[in-house]
Design a protein around this ligand. Structure first.
Ligand code: GL4
Length: 799
């Protein structure tokens, strides 16, 4: 977008005056950020309106991506880049005496997600807009996002993330588009067998819309987040006593107050279910209203609307759409089912049993009686249709309601036209293990869509130095078509280019080290190898294995004071769920280890270890460009895909990985020589699991190195760890090491040593690095979204 700098200056100053009744030289950077964002939002609003009009007037099919999480990250820089306003706005700010960097830093990151699943949703929204696909997000506007993580005595402490304290300048509250969501009550059938829902409580859902900007200045889609609010002028409130209003308001707002209510109690679980229905119902009602304005036959609905269910959290989309079609549009069951199935598609993001959602039937019956009736009918129809062709066991595995639970994954597969996994291995496991009976019934519905990442954020925005080097080398075409990065393969033996690659990495490492010093007073040596594991803390992701190995190196250095090794800084980042006891013990372990290693003069800087507090998207953007070694070490079969693995690869890090998730596809891209693989593979893990022939104690008893590190969890070797090592010790020996940490220990140790040794030959390392970047094009979320659009959503377009 071409802007007139003088006009922009005036508009910005005026916005500041409106917002703060102050002149520009008296406001803070945080205040400038707010007014700047609003000015930019105003500048793009014309295109936003045009885009909505175009979609409506041309009766284009729209995609609605329903997700409980959208981890969008900071928006200012990305918006400036995509609109082409970055340089002009930097100049304008300079004229006013401000540095863009400071303003960018004052943006609070919306923490509306938890990990990969939420970040994927954000990358997908970005890709839809950039490809010109009318794709809208539908989610929840949580008052408090993912908690802010701090450490106290090495333990994780959770602080509320009050991200809306200074308001979100990108959003627009649309009270006139509010919807009513009904909870509770009873349902009876009238004389014509039509359901009458009575005695329910109503909650108003108010949408807040944010623009999702494409990079051609034209497509601007909408991320719509719903908030539960008390609307004061409504007649329903006549029945509420004035003195009780405040309490009522708090009660209502609770629904969208926090991401992940504590689900260790029934009350917390119920709140989560309420959240799920709340945004699903509001979203679908508003979609139906827009559709009806088109004045088409209802049978056209699936031709104009695709609803995507991001994991099962929004699976209530299915009975909710059926409810609308039956009760409000008065269709027959068969047609309602057909339309619903043709509209819905579902992505499964995990095979971890504990994450496959099951709701106690009585929760649904009480909270959503009409929805529960629909679920019962769907289950009855399914059983009627398939009971003769399935064994009792197959029927048990596939039914929607069984043993007093509603199984959301089965509902999603049975009632949608497409179910996809997120990496080849993951899809394969869904088809052959976790959902094999559903796959037997509906083989055509299962498909793979390997995840992807947005290149705008994960290289262009976060790694400008590497991006410019790539521009210089192969031209700028890769920014439009990331597959063009393959041209870098031609430079893998070009020593000038390899030197440049190294220089870029070193600059990024220095920048990162400076930032860490300034923000946390960490002393990171930019000459050391940056070996990084950033992700949620979970046993299957095995930060524990990484930490045990560091403990091993520590012992080795103490035992052999002159042991020579390439200095390494081990960097961790990630949060543990607040109720996940063991993951929190791993955090404590890493922090204790960091304390001892970083303060022990005998180590002489050979190894250092840092756990960066409050890992989030903005931190990832700083760490990833600076990383040499990317740790992707989950137990094979457990990580559905991973996406940070792709971000690291793109930025030239070398992956140290198990054969899990998308690591396998990364290996296929770069070849065996440019990735370091270790550990058990899928077959070996499945074999241990089915034959129960794994014995962790045997390994421990018969291996001196392993015994030494495991014992140091509990023998006082790390005084800071205190008694907190006991649970971790037990996880290995009492619980027989469910994630095969001990089994993989040696191959991990050797793989890690080999990589460090390879780093000595910098030319070879830089070559591996460039090969990684060159072959990362396939993991662009644009490529992934093109496949979703064509193969799942049936959206046409010239992409
Ligand atoms: C996850 C997977 O754990 C992760 O491997 C995957 O990359 C991501 C996006 O598909 O989805 N599943 C859940 S649940 N959370 C995730 O991050």
């Amino acid at each position: 977008m071409q802007i007139d700098k003088e006009q922009f200056k005036k508009d910005l100053a005026e916005q500041i005056q409106k917002d703060y009744s102050q002149s520009i030289d008296t406001v803070s950077t945080g205040e400038i950020y707010q007014s700047l964002a609003k000015t930019i939002r105003y500048y793009i609003s014309g295109d936003w309106i045009k885009c909505k009009d175009k979609v409506r007037d041309n009766l284009e099919k729209q995609v609605y991506y329903f997700s409980m999480e959208f981890m969008i990250g900071r928006l200012l820089k990305e918006t400036l880049l995509k609109t082409g306003m970055l340089e002009d706005v930097t100049d304008v700010l300079k004229d006013f005496g401000f540095k863009l960097e400071d303003i960018l830093e004052s943006e609070r990151e919306p923490g509306l997600g938890n990990g990969g699943l939420g970040r994927l949703a954000a990358c997908f929204m970005d890709s839809c807009a950039c490809l010109g696909i009318p794709g809208n997000g539908n989610g929840i506007r949580y008052n408090y996002g993912m908690f802010e993580q701090r450490f106290s005595d090495g333990n994780q402490v959770e602080w509320p993330d009050d991200w809306l304290r200074n308001k979100n300048p990108w959003e627009i509250r649309k009270e006139n588009r509010k919807e009513v969501v009904k909870f509770g009550g009873t349902v009876r059938m009238d004389a014509n067998l039509k359901p009458i829902h009575e005695g329910y409580e109503i909650i108003h859902a108010v949408p807040y819309d944010m623009p999702i900007i494409g990079n051609d200045d034209k497509t601007i889609n909408t991320l719509r987040l719903w908030s539960a609010e008390l609307i004061l002028e409504d007649s329903e409130l006549n029945s509420v006593e004035y003195s009780k209003l405040e309490a009522k308001k708090i009660e209502i707002q609770k629904i969208t107050n926090v991401l992940y209510p504590d689900d260790s109690t029934d009350e917390g679980k119920l709140l989560r279910l309420k959240q799920e229905y709340f945004f699903v119902s509001a979203g679908l009602q508003s979609i139906m209203k827009d559709f009806k304005k088109l004045k088409l036959s209802i049978s056209e609905f699936p031709n104009k609307v695709a609803v995507h269910i991001n994991d099962t959290h929004p699976a209530l989309c299915i009975p909710e759409l059926i409810r609308i079609l039956l009760d409000e549009e008065h269709l027959e069951w068969e047609e309602a089912i057909e339309i619903t199935r043709a509209t819905m598609s579902y992505t499964n993001h995990t095979i971890m049993q504990e994450a496959l959602e099951k709701w106690p039937a009585h929760f649904l019956k009480n909270l959503l009686p009409r929805i529960y009736m629909i679920l019962e009918e769907l289950d009855r129809r399914f059983n009627d249709k398939y009971s003769s062709s399935l064994t009792e066991e197959q029927l048990r595995n596939t039914s929607i309601i069984r043993d007093g639970y509603v199984r959301m994954a089965n509902l999603s597969v049975i009632m949608s036209h497409s179910t996809n996994g997120v990496a080849k291995l993951h899809t394969d496991l869904l088809k052959t293990e976790v959902m094999k009976d559903l796959n037997f019934l509906f083989p055509d519905r299962f498909n793979n869509k390997t995840n992807g990442i947005s290149y705008r954020r994960w290289i262009e925005s976060c790694n400008p130095t590497l991006s410019s080097l790539i521009d210089e080398t192969i031209g700028k075409e890769w920014r439009k078509n990331p597959l063009e990065l393959a041209k870098l393969n031609d430079y893998k033996d070009d020593s000038t280019m390899l030197d440049k690659i190294e220089r870029v990495k070193n600059i990024n490492k220095e920048n990162f080290s400076d930032y860490m010093k300034q923000r946390y007073d960490f002393d990171i040596d930019p000459k050391s190898i940056y070996d990084v594991q950033i992700k949620r803390f979970h046993e299957y992701k095995r930060q524990f294995l990484n930490a045990l190995h560091i403990l091993y190196l520590y012992h080795k250095i103490l035992r052999e004071p002159d042991y020579k090794m390439q200095p390494v800084t081990f960097i961790f980042g990630g949060k543990a769920a607040s109720s996940y006891y063991r993951a929190k013990k791993v955090i404590k372990f890493i922090n204790s280890l960091a304390y001892h290693i970083n303060t022990d003069p005998r180590v002489k800087g050979r190894i250092k270890i840092y756990l960066i507090p409050n890992y989030n998207v903005s931190l990832a953007e700083r760490i990833i460009p600076a990383t040499n070694i990317s740790e992707q070490i989950s137990t094979a079969t457990k990580e559905a895909s991973g996406t940070s693995n792709m971000k690291f690869m793109l930025n030239g890090a070398i992956t140290l990985a198990t054969l899990d998730g998308a690591n396998i596809e990364i290996k296929d891209q770069v070849g065996d020589d440019n990735i370091m693989i270790f550990g058990l593979n899928k077959e070996e893990v499945l074999d241990y699991q089915s034959n129960h022939n794994y014995n962790a104690s045997d390994i421990y008893q018969n291996d001196q190195d392993i015994k030494m590190v495991v014992d140091s969890l509990v023998n006082g070797f790390l005084p800071k760890l205190g008694y907190d090592g006991i649970d971790l010790y037990d996880s290995l020996l009492k619980e027989n090491d469910r994630y095969y940490v001990l089994k993989d220990f040696h191959s991990y140790k050797e793989a890690s040593a080999k990589l460090r040794c390879m780093y000595k030959d910098r030319k070879k390392w830089n070559k591996m690095s460039i090969i990684n970047t060159a072959n990362a094009g396939i993991f662009s979320s644009d490529e992934t979204i093109k496949r979703y659009a064509k193969e799942i959503w049936n959206v046409n377009g010239d992409f």
